[in-house]
Ligand binder design. Structure first.
Ligand SMILES: [Zn+2]
Length: 281
């Protein structure tokens, strides 16, 4: 799931406590109408009030599928770049060869890992996207949420999600579920925009990821804390993306992109977290 955004229309909303630490108090993150707040305890930025879960699911329809299909090559190459940056090709040899992609869209990434010899599994809430992947690529995709899929304990060596976690109303429960279904020593690869990155600092509320489809805007700090609280050890972070297309002349964008990657201050981050080998943590 990417930064696709639709009109919120007449959806109902509800006030919530911090979806990571449960603290009830927060302050507005920006002055405008986007409704993002900063948790008074853990610093998480989240949308408050939030849309209802059933309304959110409705957003991922045929129109969303068209967006995913039109952009699948571009998203796929970005995911491959992220996996390469974080060192996945080198790590892959030591892991059980079972790969789950949550929010797998049309299944292009899992079709790729299947060719690399992994048993592949996708989870996708947007039914038209999932059906397209199943029929066109012959990959295994569960239609629904990760929790609904109810995989057995310790089913996967690798769980990957790209531009998914920021869409969830309960990211903490999601991380719990990922930990449950990973084998001990298995890895969790999470890609999401970084509100501590240069672009977010530069654009504030005009940041391209500050949209109403994003329930949570993680930073490297808040995402690491969530993963560690849930018993993962975070081994690595990489980032990319200097200035967004259209916000600067091409030569300046190229320089910014290189600098942000080199300094690890990019707009989008990928974290590599590992489930400990022992039962502790
Ligand atoms: Zn909090």
């Amino acid at each position: 799931m990417k930064t696709f955004s639709m009109s919120p229309g007449e959806e109902k909303k509800r006030l919530i406590e911090c979806p990571v630490c449960g603290y009830p108090e927060s302050s507005p993150r920006w002055s405008g109408s986007m409704g993002f707040v900063t948790c008074g305890r853990c610093g998480l930025v989240y949308q408050n009030p939030q849309p209802m879960l059933e309304d959110l699911a409705q957003r991922y329809d045929d129109e969303y599928f068209e967006y995913e299909r039109e952009n699948e090559e571009n998203f796929f190459s970005l995911m491959l770049m992220g996996l390469e940056d974080i060192g996945f090709p080198e790590l892959a040899g030591d892991l059980p060869r079972s790969f789950l992609d949550v929010g797998c869209a049309t299944g292009k990434l899992i079709a790729h890992v299947k060719e690399l010899g992994f048993s592949e599994q996708g989870v996708e809430i947007c039914a038209p996207s999932a059906r397209y992947g199943i029929e066109k690529r012959g990959v295994s995709i569960f239609i629904g949420t990760l929790e609904e899929a109810a995989f057995r304990d310790e089913s996967f060596g690798v769980v990957h999600c790209s531009h998914l976690i920021e869409h969830l109303t309960d990211p903490a429960a999601f991380v719990d579920e990922v930990r449950r279904i990973l084998v001990p020593g298995g890895i969790f690869l999470v890609t999401t925009p970084d509100i501590q990155g240069m672009q977010a600092r530069l654009f504030g509320e005009g940041w391209r990821s500050a949209i109403h489809d994003h329930m949570v805007l993680f930073s490297r700090t808040t995402l690491r804390r969530l993963l560690e609280d849930k018993g993962f050890s975070v081994e690595k972070r990489r980032s990319w993306g200097g200035l967004a297309v259209g916000t600067a002349p091409a030569p300046l964008k190229r320089i910014a992109d290189r600098a942000c990657k080199f300094l690890n201050q990019g707009d989008v981050m990928i974290l590599l977290a590992r489930k400990p080998l022992s039962g502790e943590g």
